[in-house]
Design a protein around this ligand. Structure first.
Ligand SMILES: *Cc1c(COP(=O)(O)O)cnc(C)c1O
Length: 401
């Protein structure tokens, strides 16, 4: 007989097997037990046939990884603590001193900080290419180019690139491609099969996704994923992931698992409301250009239509407006301050609509030629009633009039 205190730790009760419910349950661990020393020594860590240590996964994280790989049409998935950590993992794993990485000029801002503030110090150089010009991308590929980042649509200004052509160029030049797929979320297009039925497949090598946005859907979780289709590439990324110890917490994984079944419904709802508001914004004289891939006036509209399917397709929940250049930045800021339902805040994909005024000229190599001059405001559309959101923008425009 052991002491009751020991019994609290080593209790003989084992719940019956066969429990099934809509949610899987949350398996949390640092320590994972092995039945024998032999099992411990021969532990399998390369695939998901066993468990080794909580940092490398439990049934809960394995389940989310498999579901996300299915969503994006990939085969393997790694979870990391944020979308930015996903971009960082790709860079850490695939780039070495002497290598060069290419990024679109409209790349997600913190990816710029990563290459300029960290990678440069490790002897990894970078160049920015014009996302609207595949020839410019090709011209910048050299023998040192090891990775090309792609983004569709581009951050903040939402240009839609000719993704198919750019991936074809990289495949021909044997350079790895990594797509920041946060906007498309695996719903707008299939990143690993950009041309359905094509053989060999026209697709990216790596899809990085900020699960913080649509997969979470709540504005209350930070997480990222790195999805691949090639086992060797996945293993390389997984080793880096293991060496740096960038695992995720299972309570956060549970939240994403809970939201994932409704992602397609939410994405369609964000998309429909965003298109309604973007079309209305076009009729407002203060906005000289409305940036949303489904609008003809938006750069790259034809590429969006070809890849995402036009009216039947989807286009996420973001649009930006350029305010006439007669308005100062202070007036534009006052317009944003006057909004009531739209809250000031970064990120997107949750229930609350958000607004951010961006000083685009400080983020790009100059004001892009395909955008009219002015000040830029980006809206991310939540799940509120669309008429209320339109009325909110209309009342805030009065701050300008
Ligand atoms: C939000 C975002 C990220 C980073 O996600 P976090 O989880 O906030 O770090 C990366 N790329 C894009 C395009 C994003 O919008």
């Amino acid at each position: 007989m052991t002491h009751p205190i020991t019994g609290l730790i080593h209790h003989p009760y084992v719940p019956p097997e066969g429990f099934e419910a809509p949610q899987l349950g949350v398996f949390k661990a640092s320590t994972v037990f092995f039945p024998t020393v032999a099992a411990m020594r021969s532990r399998e860590w390369k695939d998901k046939t066993a468990y080794t240590y909580g940092l490398h996964g439990t049934p809960t994280s394995y389940a989310l990884e498999e579901r996300l790989a299915t969503l994006e049409g990939g085969k393997q998935c790694l979870l990391v603590p944020s979308g930015l950590a996903a971009l960082g993992l790709v860079a850490l794993s695939l780039l070495k001193s002497g290598d060069e990485v290419l990024l679109p000029d409209n790349v997600y801002g913190p990816n710029k900080s990563l290459v300029e503030g960290e990678l440069m110090g490790w002897g990894i150089t970078h160049q920015y290419y014009n996302p609207m010009d595949p020839e410019d991308l090709e011209a910048q590929i050299s023998s040192r180019t090891k990775l090309v980042w792609l983004e569709a649509a581009g951050s903040v200004s939402l240009e839609f690139p000719n993704l198919v052509e750019m991936v074809r160029i990289c495949q021909r030049r044997k350079v790895l491609t990594a797509l920041d797929n946060t906007w498309g979320a695996g719903l707008a297009f299939g990143p690993f099969d950009l041309v359905p039925g094509a053989s060999p497949a026209v697709g990216v090598d790596v899809s990085a996704h900020a699960l913080t946005k649509y997969p979470s859907g709540g504005g209350d979780v930070l997480m990222g994923s790195v999805i691949t289709r090639d086992a060797g590439l996945h293993l390389k990324l997984k080793l880096t992931h293991m060496r740096f110890g960038i695992g995720v917490g299972m309570n956060d994984v549970e939240l994403v698992l809970r939201s994932l079944p409704s992602i397609a419904l939410r994405y369609r709802a964000h998309d429909a409301a965003t298109r309604t508001l973007a079309a209305w914004a076009q009729t407002q004289p203060e906005f000289v250009q409305v940036l949303h891939p489904a609008l003809e006036e938006s750069p790259g509209h034809a590429h969006w239509k070809a890849l995402c399917g036009g009216a039947e397709g989807t286009a996420a929940g973001l649009f930006s407006v350029i305010l006439d250049k007669r308005f100062t930045q202070a007036q534009t800021d006052a317009f944003c301050d006057a909004l009531r339902l739209f809250r000031l805040g970064y990120s997107w994909g949750g229930p609350v609509s958000l607004v951010v005024p961006y000083e685009l000229e400080t983020m790009r190599s100059g004001w892009p030629a395909h955008l009219l001059p002015g000040t830029l405001v980006r809206f991310s559309i939540g799940l509120e009633d669309v008429a209320d959101l339109q009325a909110d923008i209309a009342q805030a425009l009065n701050a300008l009039r």
